[in-house]
Design a protein around this ligand. Structure first.
Ligand code: CMC
Length: 443
């Protein structure tokens, strides 16, 4: 299949899978579909109409929910590519704005396209001033992810002129607004928790630099963003920009499949990302490292992670898809060292602890056999902490960076003519039909 073509996945000629219902001897032939990369896929769309049977796949470990041209992951080989470009190359040679363009439009921009895109995003960085009152309605100790869910959802109440999803121009404006305003919202959530004044965006700064400025500047002093930290932030954004059909992206697609507006869909994605098994993992890694505290306690925690009766897991280890290594983790480890070498950054004793924990786990049979490797979150928490972010902001940064991936996936879904409202089925194991019992006869 031509990777650049807009054609749908192709049916593999003369290849089918036959499903036999042994109780009735009924047979159905199901077609196989082929994409550009990755395993073939059994097309079960007609399964229910042909057999009266559903499939059962909680956690969707064997289920493809959509067709996509944006991101490909080969978990066994440790490969992650966006629109064909390996994540390592993008992290090394590209920048976040370029990656945003790539994810949204499918190609790297020309110099002119890039300049226009950056300019257009920059022109949307400010928030409607009325939204500051919404921030002030939260408790000062609110988790910034709670504020993000609320404020991003509320954008649909402020930007009515970009909520008509049937209009391509409005879809584009909403996309730009979300990418542009997320750093402003994230920084405001942080400033609110500190009790510091909100810092307005500066359109003479680049995307990551402007974000760091809004986070760390105060109105009473000059603040210059360290170029090392700005580049590190930019690369952290690139590493988190998209990751195929993960929980939050699938949530965005599912919410969007009903025709909900993009601001509401992204708010749903933020809610899904918040959990510790997904975007909350880097916060959990840092909490875990703090709890372990010193190298001599590592073996105790490794033992706990291996104990089936103990719910403790080594945070930052393992991945649903990567069963070799997480290519983002290698880049993240490099970024981590660069940040910690920057003179503006304080010493981080947890780095040494993390490296020792990684070394011990990677030599342990349990982790080897189960193919559990460090994921991107293992080093991102330490890096972000060294940059000066509190742990509660880690998932917020993930949400900020992932917004472009969510939007690209949402846009792809809306523009896909075969798209239907998402509606999984279930195995019902509750009561069969039974007569209603009047209140006086119960108990
Ligand atoms: N520590 C100890 N054991 C583990 C771990 C871990 N971190 N991860 C998986 N296992 C074991 C698990 O107990 C299971 O053992 P068994 O076969 O004996 O029941 C086996 O490995 C397979 O694990 P699983 O839970 O079936 O795998 P999964 O694909 O459902 O879960 C995961 C993937 C990421 C949720 C899980 O590895 C985990 O909880 N890791 C820690 C949290 C974490 O770091 N999450 C960040 C993911 S990367 C960021 C992102 O993309 O969102």
């Amino acid at each position: 299949m031509d990777p650049q073509s807009s054609a749908a996945a192709t049916v593999v000629p003369r290849e089918t899978v036959t499903l036999i219902d042994n109780s009735t001897d009924k047979r159905v032939e199901l077609p196989l579909l082929d994409g550009t990369l990755g395993p073939k896929v059994i097309d079960i769309r007609k399964l229910y109409s042909l057999t009266g049977l559903f499939t059962y796949d909680p956690g969707y470990t064997s289920t493809g929910s959509c067709e996509s041209k944006i991101t490909f992951i080969d978990g066994d080989e440790g490969i992650l590519i966006h629109r064909g470009y390996p994540i390592e190359d993008l992290a090394e040679h590209s920048d976040f704005m370029e990656v945003c363009y790539l994810l949204l439009y499918g190609e790297l921009p020309t110099a002119e396209q890039k300049e226009k895109f950056e300019h257009d995003i920059t022109m949307h960085t400010m928030l409607h001033e009325q939204l500051t009152y919404l921030f002030r309605g939260f408790r000062r100790d609110a988790h910034p992810m709670a504020i993000m869910c609320g404020v991003v959802g509320a954008l649909s109440a402020f930007y009515h002129d970009s909520t008509d999803i049937t209009d391509p121009h409005q879809r584009m404006v909403a996309s730009y607004r979300l990418i542009a305003k997320m750093p402003t919202i994230a920084a405001m959530a942080y400033k609110f928790s500190l009790g510091q004044p909100f810092i307005y965006p500066r359109n003479d700064l680049k995307y990551a630099e402007n974000f760091l400025y809004m986070i760390f500047a105060v109105p009473c002093e000059e603040y210059t963003v360290s170029p090392v930290l700005a580049r590190a932030m930019d690369r952290i954004f690139i590493l988190h920009a998209d990751h195929e059909q993960n929980a939050s992206t699938s949530t965005v697609r599912l919410a969007g499949s009903s025709g909900a507006n993009p601001f509401a869909c992204i708010a749903a994605g933020i809610a899904s990302l918040w959990g510790p098994a997904h975007g909350g993992a880097n916060e959990a890694v840092l909490n875990m490292l703090q709890e372990i505290g010193s190298k001599d306690r590592i073996s105790e925690y490794i033992k706990r992670a291996k104990d089936r009766d103990d719910p403790f897991r080594l945070m930052g280890f393992g991945h649903r898809v990567y069963k070799n290594y997480d290519p983002r983790a290698a880049v993240m480890q490099k970024v981590c060292h660069e940040v910690l070498d920057d003179p503006s950054v304080r010493d981080e004793p947890l780095l040494e602890l993390a490296m020792e924990l990684e070394r011990i786990a990677l030599e342990d049979d349990y982790f080897i056999k189960k193919k559990l490797y460090p994921n991107v979150d293992f080093y991102s928490g330490i890096t972000l902490r060294a940059m000066g972010f509190p742990t509660s902001m880690f998932t917020v940064l993930f949400a900020l960076a992932r917004t472009v991936g969510w939007i690209a996936q949402w846009k792809e879904m809306i523009e896909d003519s075969s798209q239907k409202i998402g509606r999984p089925r279930q195995i019902y194991t509750g009561y069969a039909k039974r007569p209603y019992v009047p209140l006086h006869q119960r108990g």
